[in-house]
Design a protein around this ligand. Structure first.
Ligand SMILES: [Zn+2]
Length: 406
């Protein structure tokens, strides 16, 4: 049999999928692990006990080419474990992939359960890795959908507009794809969406598609059927007035009409959302402080576990009142670059962040903490003061040169 490939795997499995352990001879075990993130070259898994496991593309490839030999007994399981420390997971993934590839071409109805709801939304094109999100120009609509969407049952159905400027001809007035979204509030689209694409849409209207719900799985409609043929009434409404910026819930009869449509998976990179909490749209300084304290507390709880990227951070001794006073003392300026921190922003790099002046001290306290831009804090990271100053100087010089050209 042709060796299983990483691309086949990542375009077949979804975040949230639960995979049964399987090994040759032994067969299936009565236990599963879950897929939590799909990166370009890495799958993040978690066991039932909550242990995080990473499977890398390279390891997968090495095991996949030996899979047939293993089945035929030319090499032993023992020998295979020399190739990778993740063989229990990789063998199970290969088995799952092979089983899926054997199944017939799926139909939209296969993705639906009796409880599934389908939300019709007007769009300029299908979900892709450039635009791995369901995006709204009105925050309230994004929040409402996030609240009512069942991430295990429901789908958003994209229908192409007939806008001749923004919708490519092949997508106009067609049903495009169904999308499942991640739970949680909308985030700044700048974090998820290709900046070039976002800029293109936001010329003249900076709020256009500013609020995004991350796509965790998407299937395109293989034949791109005409929207009017199947959903005449709702498609007529969705293109007009406020409905254009919102969504409509399809009735069971309307869903029935869609069930036989063939679908094909859209391969999406689905990044872990942990960092995206930083990117929630923040409208006031007080909200920024709330977000910051929440983040520090969460990190303190995760401190020292594999989930935290940073060195263990154990104690947070800051209150909201401390943050208000620090803000006043610093005159609202970032202590790293000395420029103003905006009170409200959709750019997560400009949000207020807490930087420990001595990063060897684990505690966040008044004495050990200064307020900075999040971008500056990221930039400083483990650099020393001099390296950071060099970086700032270069960025500033480059910036002033650009402005001179204007
Ligand atoms: Zn700064």
């Amino acid at each position: 049999m042709k060796a299983a490939t990483w691309d086949d795997l990542t375009s077949s499995v979804c975040v949230g999928d639960s995979i049964r352990y399987w090994a040759p001879k032994r067969g299936y075990r009565n236990a599963t692990f879950n897929i939590v993130a799909i990166n370009g070259n890495r799958l993040d898994l978690t066991t039932k006990e909550g242990k995080p496991v990473e499977v890398h593309r390279k390891d997968f490839g090495k095991v996949a080419v030996q899979f047939d030999d293993l089945l035929q007994g030319t090499i032993s399981r023992q020998e295979l474990t020399k190739t990778s420390g993740r063989t229990a997971y990789i063998l199970s993934l290969i088995r799952e992939l092979n089983e899926r590839l054997k199944r017939p071409h799926p139909k939209l109805g296969d993705l639906l359960s009796a409880n599934s709801r389908v939300f019709l939304k007007s769009e300029y094109g299908p979900v892709s890795n450039e635009w791995p999100a369901v995006s709204f120009s009105v925050e309230g609509y994004a929040r409402k959908l996030a609240e009512i969407f069942d991430t295990k049952e429901d789908w958003v159905l994209f229908a192409g507009t007939d806008d001749h400027d923004l919708t490519p001809p092949e997508f106009r007035k067609k049903l495009l794809c169904v999308v499942r979204i991640r739970s949680g509030p909308p985030v700044d689209s700048g974090v998820l969406v290709d900046p070039g694409r976002l800029n293109y849409f936001q010329q003249g209207d900076p709020k256009k598609f500013a609020y995004s719900l991350q796509a965790t799985a998407a299937w395109k409609l293989a034949t791109l059927p005409a929207a009017r043929d199947l959903l005449k009434e709702k498609y007529g409404v969705i293109g007009r007035g406020q409905a254009r910026k919102s969504y409509l819930i399809l009735s069971p009869t309307e869903i029935d009409r869609l069930k036989d449509l063939p679908v094909a998976r859209i391969a999406l990179s689905v990044l872990p959302l942990d960092e995206f909490h930083l990117a929630e749209v923040i409208d006031s300084l007080e909200d920024q402080f709330d977000r910051l304290l929440g983040l520090l507390t969460r990190r303190a709880q995760l401190g020292g576990t594999a989930v935290s990227r940073n060195a263990p951070i154990r104690i947070v001794k800051l209150t909201k009142q401390d943050l208000r006073e620090m803000w006043a003392e610093q005159g609202g300026l970032c202590r790293l670059c000395n420029a103003a921190i905006p009170r409200s922003t959709r750019n997560f790099l400009l949000q207020v962040s807490a930087d420990r002046t001595d990063s060897k001290v684990e505690t966040y306290s008044r004495a050990n903490t200064q307020l900075t831009h999040l971008g500056c804090n990221y930039g400083k990271n483990s650099a020393d003061a001099e390296q950071f100053a060099d970086w700032l100087r270069i960025v500033r010089v480059a910036n002033s040169l650009n402005h001179d050209d204007d």
